[in-house]
Design a protein around this ligand. Sequence first.
Ligand SMILES: *[C@@H]1O[C@H](CO)[C@@H](O)[C@H](O)[C@H]1NC(C)=O
Ligand SMILES: *[C@@H]1O[C@H](CO)[C@@H](O)[C@H](O)[C@H]1NC(C)=O
Ligand SMILES: *[C@@H]1O[C@H](CO)[C@@H](O)[C@H](O)[C@H]1NC(C)=O
Ligand SMILES: *[C@@H]1O[C@H](CO)[C@@H](O)[C@H](O)[C@H]1NC(C)=O
Ligand SMILES: *[C@@H]1O[C@H](CO)[C@@H](O)[C@H](O)[C@H]1NC(C)=O
Length: 276
Amino acid sequence: MRLPSTLVAALFGVEAVLASPVVLTPRTPRAQRRSGRHTSPRIAPSDYSGTAQPTARNTNSTGTTTSYSANWAGAVLEGAHYVSVTGTVTVPQPQMPPGGLDEVEYSASVWVGLDGDTCQSSILQVGFDLNVRGGQASYDTWYEWYPDSAFNFEGFALTAGDVIRLTVTATNTTSGTVWIENETTGKSVSHTFADEGPALCEANAEWIVEDFLVGGKLMPMSNFGSVTFTNCSVVEATSTTAAESTSSVALYNIRHGEEVYTNCSTSPGTVSCEYV
Ligand SMILES: *[C@@H]1O[C@H](CO)[C@@H](O)[C@H](O)[C@H]1NC(C)=O
Ligand SMILES: *[C@@H]1O[C@H](CO)[C@@H](O)[C@H](O)[C@H]1NC(C)=O
Ligand SMILES: *[C@@H]1O[C@H](CO)[C@@H](O)[C@H](O)[C@H]1NC(C)=O
Ligand SMILES: *[C@@H]1O[C@H](CO)[C@@H](O)[C@H](O)[C@H]1NC(C)=O
Ligand SMILES: *[C@@H]1O[C@H](CO)[C@@H](O)[C@H](O)[C@H]1NC(C)=O
């Protein structure tokens, strides 16, 4: 179902405005590549479990569809010519899941990005991980142009309670800049990509909590409590025509087999996911 842009604006505060000028900040040196670690496009639960499972897809009157994924929880705005996406999150303290083992690392990623849902060839994304092992929480921040691996930012040590703004801006379909900013202090880290590939479609803008893959396997997911993206907005390219300026909202929850792990919802300017 397609929505008039005014309704999307009401849902998400979409600014169909001039693409904001990109402030190019000094390039952050690339941190060590994480072996085999990347966040990835949305996976349907049936792709993961190997058994065909019907995906619940209930379109309600606001044009929001709700369905399940093996790795993505959160909301995706599906439309055209998205060149920037942002959202603010308070970093939660991750816990072990019920029945968790001290020797196992549990994790989840929180990020904003462009593409990876209806367009699965590439994703421009920035975010952080919520790890816990033996009751000890740890965090790392990263940026990624999927399918390349994620790279860590250095010198930006998160703690629970930090209020963090995540922003991704594409300058064109193969270049862009990502930022993580401490909203309390204004301190930020950024990374600029130039001539990356494959090219973005700029068709999806999303706010996601992910059960990410390591070496092709889903990480055991940490109990992230609750993640709320506020001040969510996207910027459309100025070339967007009125006809193209329509979007639908896809809401996802993580499900493995019959087990559902998240309960996500949206309200104007907000995307919220609870661990259940
Ligand atoms: C549509 O679904 C979304 C997500 O579940 C929910 O937040 C919203 O309240 C629903 N709207 C209606 C009219 O049912
Ligand atoms: C963000 O700012 C708060 C308040 O000054 C500080 O306690 C925290 O360590 C900062 N976090 C980062 C990652 O800069
Ligand atoms: C995209 O932008 C980058 C950085 O401004 C530039 O180097 C590159 O040539 C551009 N690519 C295209 C295809 O316009
Ligand atoms: C949202 O944005 C408004 C206006 O820019 C700002 O005053 C407010 O502090 C922001 N709220 C959060 C939670 O980031
Ligand atoms: C999901 O959260 C809503 C409130 O946002 C609540 O009414 C509903 O019962 C929750 N569903 C589950 C399955 O936890």
